[in-house]
Design a protein around this ligand. Structure first.
Ligand code: CA
Length: 382
């Protein structure tokens, strides 16, 4: 079997209402999708994670110009071999960011294609399902104005709970005092501890502000405090982790086992959050989990992309072991972006919903999805 074709689809759409996270205003949703074909007619889909401020054309150019020549005529089942080739051949200008996101999209597509070849879901190829369903948590609480939105955000928390979410993550990083006011309003509105809360500042602060916020958050019994400082500041994570009770999470802006290893070695994280669409795909995420397990760190994938990225995350979570096994071990959650995204769910023929607050892991071959070409073509810009 040989890879005969690799197509890249750049999808974009302007948002009617832009929203902000701590790093800026998001005006569009975008995705870099890839479709790999083999000479026996099999197809695999993958997606490169496009950050809110990241032009999707970067990963598309990497796939087109740097990766495609390495892959055509190769055996698509050689997922590990091809990962090494893509990584080593881009090492001198890659290792992080959009280059590794491009590798991630290809790697995911190869696993999807392999699943269709073996007629098994990806989680079966990874060694089987540790769980058949996963609890989603609502990611939202973006800003529509900027500061002073505590009461609207408290209402949003109630709306997520009304929609069946019992776990949710609040965006912070808009000034420590504003952040504290938001969290007090949200906690007061929910009025009980049955809802699990997490926060995410998207590395808005330096160590001292991150600590001041963290000490206030310690009173709220959060599941985790995400990206308190910039991803480069491993020492900052270590310092905060020593001074705070709240578990620290991070890793959506880290890449490959080479990038995660120093974080684990330093004891920087309680929860590692590789994004399958940017950490190097399924192949890299599997290796990241192996190192995390050895270091006693939980892995809970980050996902903010379209249905293809969500499907990859679902397949990966199905196979994910818990770091500390027990009768009532803490299970991983599926990040479920509730912010505006015009084509996220429309990309697949059977979008998933929740049953009793849980999302079932698709059992079909590969990613377990059928991609809708009418949606791809509607939003395609390349
Ligand atoms: Ca985040």
């Amino acid at each position: 079997m040989k890879i005969t074709q690799i197509e890249v689809f750049v999808l974009k759409t302007e948002l009617d209402t832009p929203f902000a996270f701590s790093q800026g205003w998001v005006h569009q949703r975008a995705a870099t999708l890839v479709r790999v074909r083999s000479d026996n007619g099999l197809v695999g889909w993958g997606e490169a994670f496009a950050q809110g401020l990241e032009p999707p054309e970067i990963a598309a150019a990497v796939i087109e110009h740097a990766l495609k020549p390495l892959l055509i005529d190769q055996n698509p089942l050689d997922t590990a071999v091809l990962w090494q080739r893509m990584y080593t051949q881009t090492r001198d200008f890659g290792r992080k960011g959009s280059v590794v996101s491009a590798i991630s999209a290809i790697d995911t597509a190869l696993w999807d294609l392999a699943g269709h070849f073996y007629q098994k879901p990806i989680h079966q190829l990874l060694g089987g399902a540790t769980r058949s369903s996963v609890q989603p948590y609502a990611t939202g609480f973006y800003r529509l104005k900027g500061k002073n939105e505590a009461s609207r955000l408290a209402d949003e928390a109630l709306a997520h709970r009304e929609a069946g979410f019992t776990a949710m993550k609040v965006k912070l990083g808009f000034g420590v005092e504003d952040d504290i006011a938001v969290m007090q309003a949200v906690r007061m509105a929910l009025n009980d501890d049955a809802v699990q809360l997490m926060v995410d500042s998207n590395h808005a602060y330096g160590r001292s502000e991150a600590l001041r916020l963290g000490l206030a958050l310690d009173e709220l019994n959060l599941r985790w405090y995400e990206e308190p400082v910039v991803p480069e500041d491993i020492g900052g994570y270590v310092e905060l982790r020593a001074k705070l009770r709240t578990p620290l999470a991070g890793g959506e802006n880290e890449h490959t086992p080479y990038g995660f290893f120093p974080l684990f070695q330093a004891g920087a994280l309680d929860v590692a959050q590789p994004d399958i669409g940017s950490c190097g795909g399924i192949t890299a995420a599997r290796d990241i989990v192996a190192i995390a397990q050895a270091c006693g760190v939980a892995v809970n994938p980050h996902v903010w992309g379209s249905a293809i990225a969500q499907a990859a995350s679902l397949q990966f979570i199905a196979a994910l072991p818990v770091p500390h096994a027990s009768l009532y071990a803490t299970e991983p959650l599926l990040e479920y972006d509730r912010s505006s995204h015009p084509f996220r769910q429309d990309l697949v023929t059977e979008p998933w919903g929740t049953i009793d607050g849980m999302i079932a892991i698709p059992k079909g071959p590969g990613l377990g999805i059928d991609v809708r070409m009418d949606t791809v073509e509607k939003y395609q810009t390349n």
